[in-house]
Structures are given as structure tokens and as C-alpha cells.
Design a protein around this ligand. Structure first.
Ligand code: XMP
Ligand code: MG
Length: 177
């Protein structure tokens, strides 16, 4: 199936399952080398990153921990912009080697606002692994340490990513036509 309809929009395959899994395996290899003996804590951001986090974690060959959080943004609470809070972060990050796992970085706004809140807990290190990066759309300064694919600024669904709640179960990543 090379095209699919989700709600009112038509999508075509952009990254096949095989291409995604090969890239995820390569990222896991890289992270396994970089974090050998460090027992990193992966913090995967729900909902979109659940599939990437699962496949990435399976391919690691080092000891590592994994937890999931949700982010909630609030508008208008501060003049400086959105306030992002996390739901479900029970781990104490002090002294830990932390890797954030994201499905996609678009403008970079979400992580740009959220990272300082994690830094406040004084982890030993804090890095970002994102499967997708719309680098053309990124306007907030953000250092991305592990990137699966740099993609054009077009809406995508599948492999955990949704269009209005649907499309997450697709094995491939689809781009809007
Ligand atoms: P920012 O702009 O803060 O946005 O980097 C990141 C969040 O926006 C969502 N997003 C998408 N979701 N297809 C999706 O299904 C897309 O093409 C897309 N672009 C951005 C996503 O929730 C991400 O975490
Ligand atoms: Mg997301």
C-alpha cells in the first residue's frame, strides 16, 4: 500500500519500514558506543515517540533505563511564551546521563522550552535523539545529537505519528500529497 487516506487527506509513502528500521538500528549502534558503561536514562515523549522508542531500545546492547512522559503546554501564563510541563516524570535526574527521545522536531519550540526544566534537576548530561527533523522549519535554537532523518517541511504520519489521532499504527512514514 503506497498511498493511504487519513481523515480527509491523502498520504504517500515517504520512508519504508525497512529504511526506518535500518536507520533506527544504526542510531542504536551509535548510542550503544557513546554510552557504553554509562547506563543512560531514555525519556521518551508521548504519544508520538512510542514506536521509535520501542524499536530503538530493543536494538541497544548496553544497560539502559526507559521512561515515558507527556508534555503539556499552556498559553498565556507568562509573557515570555508557552510554559511546558511534564506529566509522569517520577525519576530523579540528578547525576544521570539522560537522552530525550522524540518522534519529530519541527519548529523546536517544545524542546526549547522543556529542556531548561530538565537541566534544573542537574543531570550529568542531556542529549536529544529524534527520529525526524524538519530542519527547514526549526527556528528555535536546539542542539540535536542523534537525528534519524532530515525531512522536508511537509506533514507526515505513521510509525507513531498521527493526523488528528489516526495513522499511528502505520508501519511506514507517509507524507501528505
Ligand atoms: P515543535 O514545533 O515544538 O513541534 O518542534 C514538535 C511537535 O509537533 C508535532 N508535529 C507533527 N506531528 N506530523 C505529526 O504527526 C508532523 O509532520 C508534525 N510536525 C510537528 C509533533 O507532536 C511534535 O512532537
Ligand atoms: Mg511529539
Amino acid at each position: 500500500m503506497s498511498t493511504v487516506k487519513v481523515h480527509d487527506k491523502q498520504f504517500e509513502v515517504y520512508l519504508s519500514e525497512a529504511v526506518i528500521l535500518e536507520r533506527v538500528k544504526a542510531l542504536a549502534e551509535q548510542i550503544s558506543q557513546d554510552y557504553a558503561g554509562k547506563k543512560p536514562l531514555f525519556i521518551a515523549i508521548l504519544n508520538g515517540s512510542f514506536m521509535f522508542a520501542s524499536d530503538l531500545f530493543k536494538q541497544l546492547h548496553i544497560e539502559a533505563e526507559l521512561c515515558f512522559i507527556k508534555l503539556a503546554s499552556y498559553k498565556g501564563m507568562k509573557s515570555s511564551g508557552n510554559v511546558v510541563t511534564s506529566i509522569g516524570l517520577e525519576d530523579d535526574l540528578f547525576g544521570k546521563e539522560v537522552i530525550i527521545v522524540e518522534d519529530i522536531v519541527d519548529t523546536g519550540k517544545t524542546l526549547h522550552h522543556f529542556l531548561p526544566k530538565l537541566m534544573h534537576q542537574q543531570p550529568k548530561s542531556l542529549k536529544i535523539a529524534t527520529l525526524l527533523h524538519k530542519s527547514e522549519a526549526t527556528t528555535y535554537p536546539l542542539a540535536l545529537d542523534y537525528v534519524g532523518f532530515d525531512i522536508p517541511n511537509k506533514f507526515v504520519v505513521g510509525y507513531g505519528l498521527d493526523y488528528d489521532g489516526l495513522g499511528r499504527n502505520l508501519k511506514e512514514i507517509y507524507q501528505v500529497i
